[in-house]
Write a protein that binds this ligand. Sequence first.
Ligand code: ZN
Length: 481
Amino acid sequence: MDSKERIAAALKVATDTKVFEMGEGILGRVPEVFKELFPGRKAVVVADINTWPACGEEVFSRMTAAGIPTEKYIIEKEEFHAEWRYIEMVDKLLDGDFAEAKRLENDPAYVEADAKTAFRKPSDDFFVAVSVGAGVINDLCKLTSQHHGQGYICVATAASVDGFSSFGASITYQNAKQTFECAAPTAIIADINVIANAPKWMAASGYADLAAKVPAGAEWMIADLMGTEPIIPAAWDVLYPRLHTYLSDPEGIAAGDHQAIADIFEGLTMSGFAMQAARSSRPASCCEHLFSHILDMTHHRFHGKLQSHGIQVAVGTLTMCAIFDEMFKFDLTKLDVDACVAAWPTIDQEQMRAIEIFRNFPAPKLGYTEITKKYNDADTVREQLTKVKTVWPEFKKKLQAQVWSFEKMQKSFAIVGAPTDPSDIGVTRHQLHDMFEKVQLMRWRFNALDLAKRGRYYDELVNAIFLPGHAWDINEEKPFK
Ligand SMILES: [Zn+2]
């Protein structure tokens, strides 16, 4: 199968996205696709000060030349994240209230409105968004289009994240990074000439966000074995059989090779289609992403700057590869299931533990809510551990075929220019160590750390990666550069 055939097959399992076109010099397709999908509607091109010159201006003039009534909106903030303020701003754009949108963008006294009030009754008078950008702009257009009961077109400007084709938008609201339900873009147009021209760190970021699927896939395999979230073949098959091939040319990414960058973009988009097929982000994200979510929720900055999604995820990905390296050293056929079950805490104890751990966190109830959802009773834990114990030798081999070693992942990241150490994003190894207990608790989905908790090897496992000579030797903190 070539790329076009793979994309055609993937679109069959994608529930929201109807069109995905990738190629060199294909911006002329934007007005054509718009007319097909949104006949008679008017458009607003949403860009920022970087993506406007990158291709927003060209998209705008091609739309106008094609006779489509088109407005433009350029976000002028140097730095903006996916926060509720900008959701309200783009909501106003789609309403056609451009002045109010600009006011919201710059309002120093801004107060978040209630998210529930954002939904409008669909109307053909609304503008249809043509999002020109990478992760953040796309997420803003995605959720606001949902609020307006309509689709939108995403013109990608960088191979930086997997969010282009995923449903759901990850937005900070009431101090917590939350995933809001919303449909993926109706169409994605990816001009590889534009994408290859994006700043180098963006492709490195995308490479890392795609590499995150290496440990995330293994954690899905664990959840599947535990019976909590079975693998969905349609979702798995869109991405995983080709994942290692997509990631196989870090040198090409570093050199700006168009084919290598197209491969990463395809892989990232496929992971979004996998999410659409699964109706969950399970195929694309597990613990490695949660380290990044903690940094987002605590407004982490390095050298005064917020760090991009993929760049933060790189550190989580390396960390989880290190966890798997250590996990493979345990012989889980020797689990003492009776002792583990006897020591298994009650739900009350787990809730208390979560409240304690998240006490000073911006979202103090998060751990409580999630552990309440994912708590298993002692009988279930007995079944789960018995299963792992029985199948461990073969299951371990399957996991090893999925996960890369820390060393291999770190080498690839060094080549593409992604972080190879937490210090690269302004995080110490001590801080990383302290994040673990939150990571284990902060999402309802079963992860590798949940298994370790059940098997009573959690402390030993987590501490192992910080030992002398191991991945993040805690005595070898690297100075921030
Ligand atoms: Zn991601």
